[in-house]
Design a protein around this ligand. Structure first.
Ligand code: NAP
Length: 398
């Protein structure tokens, strides 16, 4: 009889199919089909290289199994299998697994520094639909609008793209993502993988009660998908996968406070959250605070609309790193400058933190939060992990 073994799996409900883990794995142990991204147990050597690059924490799943789930088994998963009950008679095997557990825990603790970590949805979040449209069975949407959000004088070209799904069901929640499949083939002759974009509209549509969804897309120099989308005209058809993501979601509790920290197009989900609150809550709400970093006002997406959100709903800190006549400032600098109000938010059990944008900012935000937590006589790492476990700390950085 085989000894029980520890198997690395990926949560298909949380995974956003960005394929970063697959591109990172040095053993080529991670692969995908039209449906799922999976780990080949015969090849995985627990090196953990894939753990910190995963923006959602869906990569961080482990099961003790008698026989490993095959790649084909995993391709068929709609959700992760439960951990099976184990009648452990083989002490040698048990010791081996415990030792492996310790080694994995150690590696995970190291890998999670600066990474999204294993995320949990807010307790009061609505249940998301995931993976309805796949690589093999994508949805076709029509471009309903393509508007430049940044000033023409700015060299940052960020677009507000509106997708019309017509009669096709596309149930999304704020904070989820969709994939866009660029047309054509890669240099190996394979179809391109979808590129992931956060939804920037609320669940009931970019325009309320319309079956449309908006995205916030920055034109990247030589970017295959971003240039494809940013050049699309009204009426053009686009192939879409998703929706993806089951944890970076907003609480339904109107008394929850949302502390949103973002850079550049990482503001996309925050727009969805804000519009949802604007459409559903009255004056009696838990409030929202946003720290939003961009190079300057001209390149900050949604600068005008953001300024118009009532202060009773949203407190905004727009922070510029390259504005003429201003000192360079990053979101973490402003968080420090506002440390008293942030400290109050950290003490509020109804505060949910959302961080989205450049991976580099995570470190800076962690450092600022460490100092603020210290001023409260507590450890940020402990508080952060408690909040994450409580479904109140969410990170999506690339
Ligand atoms: P960007 O314009 O390159 O940068 C936005 C701001 O962040 C700039 O002011 C930049 O300052 C500043 N910044 C740079 N390094 C920083 C650091 N270590 N700490 C704090 N701030 C820092 O941003 P972007 O190109 O829009 O990129 C946004 C990121 O969000 C991308 O990685 C993207 O993949 C990700 N994202 C996008 C979406 C979406 O739906 N489109 C969704 C989720 C996440 P300087 O340039 O002056 O240094």
């Amino acid at each position: 009889m085989n000894k029980p073994l520890k198997q690395h799996l990926i949560d298909p409900e949380v995974c956003i199919r960005c394929y970063t883990c697959e591109m990172t794995c040095p053993e080529e142990a991670i692969l995908h089909d039209d449906n799922n991204v999976v780990v080949d147990a015969d090849k995985c050597n627990f090196c953990m290289d894939c753990i910190p690059v995963c923006p959602t924490g869906s990569i961080d799943e482990w099961r003790v199994v008698q026989d490993a789930y095959s790649v084909d088994d995993q391709f068929g998963f709609m959700e992760l299998p439960e951990q099976q009950e184990f009648s452990q008679t083989n002490t040698e095997a048990a010791t081996g697994i415990e030792a492996l557990d310790d080694a994995i825990a150690q590696l995970l603790a190291e890998a999670h520094q600066g990474a999204g970590g294993k995320a949990k949805a807010p307790a009061t979040a609505s249940k998301p639909t995931v993976n309805m449209y796949t690589l093999g069975k994508p949805a076709t949407a029509k471009i309903q609008g393509n508007y430049r959000l940044t000033e023409n004088a700015s060299d940052t070209d960020v677009r507000h793209i509106i997708l019309d799904f017509g009669d096709l069901k596309m149930p999304v929640l704020e904070g989820q993502s969709v994939g866009i499949i660029p047309p054509g083939k890669d240099e190996k002759g394979n179809p391109h993988l979808p590129r992931l974009y956060s939804i920037s509209s609320p669940r009931d549509g970019e325009r309320a009660q319309y079956n449309n969804v908006s995205l916030t897309i920055k034109r990247e120099e030589n970017g295959l998908c971003s240039n494809y989308i940013c050049d699309l005209e009204k009426g053009a058809e686009v192939q879409i996968t998703g929706p993806f993501g089951a944890t970076f979601l907003m609480p339904e509790d109107p008394q929850a406070h949302l502390l949103m920290i973002c850079t550049g197009t990482g503001s996309a989900p925050m727009r969805g959250f804000t519009m949802r609150r604007q459409r559903t809550t009255g004056a009696d709400n838990g409030g929202m605070t946003m720290f939003f970093g961009a190079r300057n006002a001209q390149s900050l997406p949604y600068h005008g609309p953001l300024k118009k959100v009532p202060a009773s709903l949203l407190k905004t800190h727009l922070v510029y790193s390259r504005a003429e006549g201003h000192e360079k400032e990053y979101v973490q600098d402003r968080i420090m400058a506002e440390q008293d109000s942030v400290a109050k938010l950290l003490q509020n059990p109804k505060t949910h933190i959302y961080i989205c944008g450049l991976r580099g900012m995570e470190d800076g935000v962690d450092k600022a939060m460490t100092q603020i937590a210290q001023s409260l006589g507590t450890e940020w790492v402990t508080l952060r992990d408690e909040m994450r476990e409580d479904g109140r700390y969410h990170v999506e950085t690339y």
